[in-house]
Design a protein around this ligand. Structure first.
Ligand SMILES: Nc1nc2c([nH]c(=O)n2[C@H]2C[C@H](O)[C@@H](COP(=O)(O)OP(=O)(O)OP(=O)(O)O)O2)c(=O)[nH]1
Ligand SMILES: [Mg+2]
Length: 139
């Protein structure tokens, strides 16, 4: 694993799954995970042998049971948490097969893009949520 000032650097790929009504599918992190109860964009760690896009597709199938049909890079940034640095790859996913659900027992919700609240997400998501709220997407 890559390190920076002795902190591990973790790569995470996650999907902004958006339907034709401008709603985004979010899940709630489970008890026992870091940031338990926070909302999150479904996704997870990029394995050593994967590209971020491959990880996205694998994670969306594992966590919310959908097959990703298109994914566009939306934001790429690093966030410095006390115990690790996370390099995030967020993708906009507007075409998929199946109906997303909390396949690992987590709650899932469709939330209007304009009603997202930064405070419900882990700290790394703040700027991303602001950008999404200010983006005109759906009429
Ligand atoms: N999926 C996701 N993770 C986020 C977001 N914001 C944020 O800070 N994170 C953090 C939480 C975790 O520390 C890390 C994601 O790792 P994860 O726990 O989902 O990893 P994973 O699905 O591969 O799970 P595991 O196999 O390690 O249990 O990124 C987000 O919007 N989506
Ligand atoms: Mg995950």
């Amino acid at each position: 694993m890559e390190e920076h000032n002795s902190k591990p650097i973790v790569r995470v790929a996650a999907g902004i799954i958006r339907n034709e009504f401008g709603q985004i599918y979010l899940t709630q992190r489970l008890e026992g995970q870091d940031f338990a109860q926070s909302l999150e964009f479904p996704g997870g760690k990029v394995e050593a042998d994967e590209t971020p896009e491959e990880a996205l597709k694998r994670e969306l199938e594992e966590e919310v049971g959908i097959v990703t049909l298109s994914a566009f890079p939306y934001e790429h940034f690093s966030f410095d948490y006390p115990n690790k640095i996370i390099e995030f790859f967020f993708y906009l996913v507007e075409e998929w097969a199946g109906e997303p659900f909390g396949r690992e027992g987590q709650e899932g919700f469709w939330i209007e893009q304009s009603s997202l609240e930064e405070g419900q997400f882990p700290p790394a998501n703040t700027d991303l949520i602001r950008k999404l709220k200010s983006d005109i997407c759906c009429r």
